[in-house]
Design a protein around this ligand. Sequence first.
Ligand SMILES: Cc1cc2nc3c(=O)[nH]c(=O)nc-3n(C[C@H](O)[C@H](O)[C@H](O)COP(=O)(O)O)c2cc1C
Length: 330
Amino acid sequence: MKTNPISIAPMMDYTDRHYRYFIRHISKEVLLYTEMVVSSTIKYASRDGRLHKYLGFSPEELPLCVQLGGSDPQELSDASIICQDYGYSEINLNVGCPSDRVQSGAFGACLMKTPELVAECLDAMRSKVSIPVSVKHRIGVDDIDSYEDLSNFIKVVSSVGVTKFIIHARKAWLKGLSPKENRTVPPIRYQDVYQIKKDFPHLNIEINGEVKTIESVSKHLKLVDGVMIGRAAYDDPWLLSNFDTEFYGSSTNPSKTREEVLEKMKGYPQRLQELGIAPHSFIRHMMGLYKGVKGARHYRTFMTEKIQQKITNGDFFDEIIATNLKYTQQ
Ligand SMILES: Cc1cc2nc3c(=O)[nH]c(=O)nc-3n(C[C@H](O)[C@H](O)[C@H](O)COP(=O)(O)O)c2cc1C
């Protein structure tokens, strides 16, 4: 199976449908992920008609992978069927999140300690859907952090037919470090991920962790099948502005300038209003658009004001396009 070489990481409270709609004006090709949705949430929401709140998305967001959290094979397989019916392109199981809330539900990164259960969950999910099912995990947790442990995890999980592994190249300490520290403190070990690709050449191995530039994406792609970018894609979305032409052979990128992106977002508040969603709820995701260029501070201040004013339509975009052009041309 040929997989998409670049993806934007699932990030709770960040990669919601509004961020994803916005980012599609910068790259149409990268694979996007939802925030993690817990399988029991899908179970209960399907009973009381609230599924759309958790699974709704705009067609423009495709290709789109839904990330599930859970450790009950039956519940995960039921959720997978619902997600496939919803129109998602892929399904991913979260075996990397170290938060206490997730640990108390016995899923996320602590599942790395029980590869057989992860295999059982993924087997149950795959058996009920025809779309690809993948797993996102760490290189290790707590004292289970040797290369042999990682290799054993991949061996056990791939034995049920899973072929796509997204590996956050840093272990997690489940006790003592906060989720944020678990994304910065344990050292990055890219070599372990490269070695997994050498030892399991038939599997699709995607690397994740601290990828911040187009150059590092190119470098990793020489050694593994895919690269997942998290924080850098959120903090500096324009980072993706050449990806479609650079990595996918597209003849053009979706927008040539940042102002073109703003222009394309003009109709979005109206659309949200029609969907019954607060029309200003997407603005916070656009804060990084001018990161590192002249006018960035002015842009952020202006956009913050619009959130506070709870705007109801996209008229304000004309003003920010005009003033920001002035800054960038100075
Ligand atoms: C705010 C935030 C929320 C996150 N939420 C999730 C999540 O829901 N599921 C998951 O698998 N990883 C989650 N992650 C981890 C990212 O997917 C990614 O693995 C991590 O940030 C490392 O990639 P990066 O260095 O490119 O940011 C989250 C990360 C951040 C910063």
